[in-house]
Design a protein around this ligand. Structure first.
Ligand code: ATP
Ligand code: MG
Length: 265
């Protein structure tokens, strides 16, 4: 029977473990030797300057890009180096993903967008799909907008519809790439509250790429900082600790930038 390599502490394995990951496009190295772990139910933030490799990291974690070196483990099970290709598919069924672009289908209504993963991956009949869609849209505050097209709603509503679609299959693990980018502070705050609620109510583990400081401090249990210059992770921990205690001044500065009041005008 095919089996997958497991990390040594598999009995108490974290929900996600990224181990010694190298990411590269051809000879261009994006990040080297990145490791971090995420326990079940945690909200984990991937932060760093534009172009450091945050979205690329997510793509490695969800199975779109194979690492040059290293591996990602889910509950102790190897994602990339197991010898049963079907297992990777099975593990990725547990994921819900909101891409940086949002990427709702513009020719489909919100209901049709959210229904798509349900019709593709479940055996629910039409009535059950409709019920599930209504439930998910209600969860993100979009009850009554089922028949709207993405072009007919606001940017914040589109993000929330994207979140509803990412949650359609009740994923164990949600990957969200810049969910609040481009939103006004109030909408951004609502989205943060929603993410916290999802974690609390559904027990999902959430991996978020964001550079919004308010979000980072409001929702992150832990975070990793990917550095574009040295091309590796230079900080890992709770952002409230990192703001004062990160070894790297760059990370402390990144987390403090909201506090920098102009000394003189
Ligand atoms: N498919 C690809 N082929 C080649 N290079 C790529 C590809 N995707 C990303 N890159 C490069 O990898 C680096 C990291 O890109 P990535 O999109 O992961 O950055 P990011 O941290 O998400 O940035 P942002 O905050 O702007 O979204 C960039 O230099 C980018 O040009
Ligand atoms: Mg990105």
């Amino acid at each position: 029977m095919a089996s997958s390599p497991r990390i040594p502490e598999a009995g108490t394995a974290p929900r996600i473990a990224v181990r010694n990951l190298d990411m590269a496009f051809g000879s261009y190295v994006v990040q080297r030797n990145v490791s971090f772990t995420i326990p079940a139910g945690e909200i984990f933030v991937i932060m760093g300057d534009s172009g450091c490799g945050k979205s690329t990291m997510l793509r490695h974690m969800i199975g779109l890009i194979r690492p040059t070196r290293g591996d990602v483990f889910y509950d102790g099970e190897s994602f990339w180096h197991g010898d049963d290709p079907g297992r990777r598919m099975a593990i990725s069924r547990r994921f819900g993903v909101l891409f940086q672009s949002g990427a709702l289908w513009s020719s489909m209504t919100l209901a049709e967008n959210v229904a798509l993963p349900l019709t593709l991956y479940t055996r629910l009949d039409a009535r059950e799909v409709a019920e599930m869609v209504a439930l998910k849209l209600a969860l993100v505050g979009l009850r009554g907008f089922e028949e709207f097209y993405p072009s007919e709603i606001s940017g914040g509503m589109r993000k929330r519809a994207g979140l509803a679609r990412a949650m359609a299959l009740d994923p164990d693990i949600l990957f969200l790439d810049e969910p609040s980018a481009g939103l006004d502070p109030l909408s951004s705050r609502r989205l943060d509250d929603l993410i916290l609620e999802l974690r609390d109510n559904l027990g999902s583990t959430v991996v978020i790429v964001t550079h919004e400081l308010a979000s980072i401090f409001a929702i992150a249990d832990n975070a990793v900082f990917l550095d574009a210059e040295t091309r590796t992770a230079i900080a890992h921990g709770n952002p409230r600790d990192l703001i004062d205690h990160a070894d790297s001044p760059k990370v402390r500065k990144f987390l403090r930038r909201g506090e920098a009041a102009p000394a003189a005008i």
